[in-house]
Design a protein around this ligand. Structure first.
Ligand code: NAI
Length: 246
């Protein structure tokens, strides 16, 4: 079992889905975890639902607000005396065929998925720089590499997220900070709950492992990437898709 005893972690968008599963996985491995969500009550409720050897707390944070991200990340590092792990998980997905893309969809998707990730990496790097160590994981997606009909905006945002991992890994490596991304396939969460039965069957049919992914499948890979088991791994985009993209 991965040992994260004594480590302090922050997970954005940690109130449900992949984020909450990641909070659980990190807490089970002994980390002290702060999860954030846009709604403070929901963040506190989600934190209270997690049992693990590490302590878990919840804070309000909208990742589109650069100043708030900086304040919260700095506050967590100050309160706990360190910040070792940051998972930039907060993200949104809304489908739209090319002809139906509204300007507002472009703005909200890019400000949440791209700018939100940049704000989080920036604040994490500042906090980790002092100790010259840390691990950051970003949430990309298979559609960021392969594209997806009806998901041009979301796919473009996730391609950007993957590239943020590469550039940040190059820039922060000398400071002892590793940056990786995971690229999940279709994972059963609220984000994909609207998929039709036909779309689910089609995806499962194309997946060598013969099922959709679970939030826990992704959380376990994230836990590996932030642990010392991955001490020489940086700038990687790890596919977690049951072989769907083969
Ligand atoms: P979800 O919708 O269950 O969770 C997303 C979380 O992000 C929620 O807690 C939501 O409140 C939070 N969030 C959204 N906008 C925010 C903002 N502006 N500030 C702070 N928090 C915000 O979705 P899921 O599936 O757990 O997704 C987590 C991440 O994984 C996302 O970045 C998503 O794009 C990515 N992903 C998910 C896949 C899937 O099949 N479910 C596949 C590939 C990537």
């Amino acid at each position: 079992m991965t040992d994260l005893d004594g480590r302090v972690a922050l997970v954005t968008g940690g109130t449900r889905g992949i984020g909450l599963a990641t909070v659980r996985a990190l807490a089970e491995a002994g980390a002290t975890v702060v999860l954030t969500g846009r709604d403070e009550a929901k963040a506190k409720e989600a934190a209270a639902s997690v049992s693990g050897s590490g302590s878990v707390s919840g804070l309000a944070l909208d990742v589109t607000d650069a100043k708030a991200v900086s304040t919260v990340v700095r506050g967590v590092a100050k309160e706990h005396g360190r910040l070792d792990i940051v998972v930039a998980n907060a993200g949104i997905m809304e489908d739209a065929l090319l002809g139906m893309i509204r300007e507002e969809l472009v703005d909200t998707t890019l400000s949440t998925n791209v700018a939100g990730t940049i704000h989080t990496v920036q604040a994490a790097a500042r906090a980790m720089m002092r100790k010259r160590s840390g691990a950051i994981v970003l949430l990309a997606s298979i559609v960021g590499e392969y594209g997806s009909a009806g998901q041009t905006v979301y796919s473009a945002s996730k391609a950007a997220v993957a590239n943020i991992a590469l550039s940040a890994a190059k820039e922060l490596g000398r400071s002892g900070i590793r940056v990786n991304a995971v690229a999940p396939g279709v994972i059963e969460t609220a984000l994909t709950a609207g998929l039709s039965a036909e779309a689910v069957a089609e995806n499962v049919g194309k997946t060598p492992l013969g099922r959709l992914g679970t939030p826990e499948d992704v959380a376990k890979a994230i836990r590996f990437l932030v642990s010392d088991e991955a001490s020489f791994i940086t700038g990687q985009i790890l596919g977690i898709d049951g072989g769907l993209t083969l």
